[in-house]
Design a binder for this molecule. Structure first.
Ligand SMILES: [Zn+2]
Length: 428
């Protein structure tokens, strides 16, 4: 059984312990100590990192009542390669490396060092969670049924949504929770005695009482928890809800505490100020200015579409007026260099409405694309003619007798393809 030093002092990050067992976890060296300040992944809180006898601790896992410290064998191997190149110190350092690689030997005393920034961050998020959970229970009777603490955000899952609008309810929770932070109330964690249990009002009663540790935010919340917490609520700094979503009939609430809330505030204010400067308004007017810009952009897009259609009508009219006359058809043959094919296609659609017209239109870009059309009074099969033209440029296409489109990978032979089509049209 490993004695857990963080139970009594969550701020303890340097400690000395005796190695009880040297083992491996998934091929990596691991050590079991008689006592540890390293918190193992459990109860929704991720493990600590740090070093043990100088070797990086990359994972901390619980196996029944012992704690396993998993060491980074790869890092140790890399260190050894570097050391080989340093001739002056090679002998002394190789001994160190061998000791690290094999993991601490049983019976030896080793120095442990927990990453205190990571630990304190977890303490802030975890204690903030207790306060938010109690605040939602007090304000709308919602129990916390899930807790997740990740690298970037934390979330709680509440078993029911509030009766009032969610944004309003979240604002109330934030106000209540931060009031508890500003009170700087003591946070106490201990294993209660049999005599103490009846007087404890737990947020959620545990299934058993044996070896159950409770965490109390004075005058506000008592709950069973084995995690690490701050010792007074003021250390949390700030609790903010970043976003929420409906989840399994309840609510999933994402939140940030302390340092994370500060970093998020800096990110948001930098973003808001940057946008305000770009739009030439003060940050207070940003939302209105943004809405105005979006409306303007929409209107511009709509206007551009209307104008674009009118231009294509005009262009189709001009094309029809300059068509070359051949007996019963008036022929238009055009190659557009680098023009969007969609425009060419829409021109063809317009020309299919003009009596007596046969239009052989093409766009030349990285590949060749064709759109053929004829007037409603003619009987040329433009689909068959288009297939013949596409065969020349190594592609394919199809459509209906009055309107067809297609393409091919060889734009160099586009003129040849159009000549073929032209011959077919005039021979019909
Ligand atoms: Zn906790």
């Amino acid at each position: 059984m490993t004695k857990r030093l963080y139970y009594d002092d969550p701020f303890l990050t340097q400690f000395e312990a005796r190695v009880m067992e040297a083992t491996t976890v998934a091929g990596r060296p691991a050590a079991i100590l008689d006592q540890t300040a390293f918190y193992p992944t459990s109860g929704g809180q991720p493990h600590d990192t740090g070093t043990l006898a100088g070797a990086p601790v990359i994972d901390v896992v619980e196996r029944e009542d012992t704690v396993l410290h998993v060491l980074d064998g790869d890092t140790i191997r890399r260190q050894r390669d570097t050391i080989r190149r340093q001739r002056d110190t090679i002998r002394r350092q190789r001994d160190t490396i061998r000791r690290q690689r094999e993991g601490p030997a049983v019976g030896n005393l080793v120095q442990g060092l927990v990453n205190s920034q990571r630990r304190f961050d977890h303490m802030q998020q975890h204690t903030g969670q207790h306060i938010l959970s109690q605040a939602s229970l007090k304000l709308w009777g919602a129990q916390t049924v899930g807790f997740h603490l990740s690298e970037t955000y934390s979330s709680i899952d509440l078993d029911r949504p509030p009766d009032q609008p969610v944004d309003q309810a979240i604002a109330q929770i934030q106000e209540l929770a931060n009031g508890i932070v500003f009170d700087d109330r003591p946070v106490r964690a201990w294993f209660p005695t049999e005599q103490e249990w009846p007087s404890l009002r737990l947020r959620k009663p545990p299934p058993v009482r044996e070896h159950v540790r409770v965490v109390q935010v004075e005058g506000f919340d008592v709950t069973a928890c084995g995690g690490t917490h701050v010792t007074a609520t003021g250390q949390i700094g700030l609790i903010v809800v970043r976003r929420w979503e409906r989840y399994k009939g309840g609510l999933r609430v994402e939140f940030l505490c302390g340092g994370r809330a500060l970093r998020d505030y800096c990110f948001l204010s930098t973003t808001v100020r940057g946008l305000a400067v770009e739009l030439g308004v003060s940050d207070i007017d940003l939302a209105d200015a943004m809405r105005r810009r979006l409306t303007e952009a929409q209107e511009c897009r709509h206007l551009a579409e209307v104008r674009g259609e009118a231009l294509l009508d005009y262009e189709a009219h001009e094309l029809a007026a300059t068509a070359e006359a051949h007996d019963d058809v008036r022929l238009i043959v055009r190659v557009y260099e680098g023009r969007p094919f969609d425009e060419v296609r829409r021109l063809a659609i317009r020309l299919a409405d003009v009596p007596g017209i046969v239009a052989l239109l093409a766009a030349r870009g990285e590949k060749a694309q064709l759109a053929f059309a004829r007037g409603p009074d003619l009987d040329h099969d433009m689909s068959a003619i288009l297939r013949a033209a596409c065969a020349v440029i190594g592609g394919r296409g199809g459509g209906r007798p009055h309107l067809a489109q297609g393409g091919g990978p060889d734009p160099a032979r586009l003129d040849e393809a159009l000549a073929t089509a032209r011959e077919r049209v005039l021979a019909t």
